[in-house]
Design a protein around this ligand. Structure first.
Ligand SMILES: [Zn+2]
Length: 145
C-alpha cells in the first residue's frame, strides 16, 4: 500500500502553480534568469538557502542521484557500520541523497518547508544519518502530512 506524503504533494502543487503563474514574463518587470546562474545539483546545498524558482525546479528534477553501484559512505553507529540503502530512493520518491552532506533529505520539505511552516528536523534541516533505523525515519516522515 502506498502512503501519500500529502504535505509534500500539496507543496508540489503550489510549486507547479507558481511556475505557471510566473511564466508570462513579457508583461512583468521581473528580471530574466541570468544564463550564468549556477544551478545547484546537490539537495544538501539547498538547506537553509533562498533559491530562485529556476534553482528549485532544477533541484527537483535534475538533482544529483547516486548510481546503483554508488559506494555510500559508511557511519559507525554503536558497534555496527551502517550506510544509506539505495532502495530507499526508489521506495520514497520524495527522498534525495546529498553527496555533500552524506545523507538523505526530503526534497519537497528542503525546498518548501519555510512556506508551509513545517516542524523541521531530520530529513529537512539535517540529512538522514540514522541508517540503522532509516526505514523507520522514512515511514515516520511520510506520516507528517
Ligand atoms: Zn517532506
Amino acid at each position: 500500500m502506498v502512503v501519500i506524503h500529502l504535505l509534500c504533494f500539496q507543496t508540489h502543487l503550489f510549486f507547479i502553480c507558481d511556475v505557471k503563474g510566473s511564466g508570462d514574463t513579457q508583461h512583468t518587470a521581473k528580471p530574466s534568469v541570468s544564463a550564468l546562474e549556477i544551478l545547484p545539483t546537490d539537495i544538501g546545498d539547498a538547506v537553509g538557502q533562498t533559491l530562485s524558482n529556476n534553482a528549485k525546479n532544477h533541484l527537483l528534477t535534475k538533482h544529483w542521484k547516486p548510481s546503483e553501484s554508488f559506494n555510500f559512505p559508511t557511519r559507525k553507529q554503536g558497534s555496527k557500520v551502517r550506510k544509506f540503502q539505495h532502495r530507499w530512493l526508489s521506495s520514497h520518491p520524495w527522498l534525495a541523497y546529498s553527496k555533500n552532506k552524506q545523507g538523505a533529505f526530503c526534497k519537497w520539505c528542503v525546498l518548501f518547508a519555510k512556506e508551509v511552516d513545517l516542524e523541521l528536523g531530520q530529513l529537512v534541516t539535517s540529512p538522514l544519518h540514522e541508517f540503522a533505523k532509516g526505514a523507520d525515519y522514512l515511514a515516520e516522515h511520510e506520516k507528517l502530512a
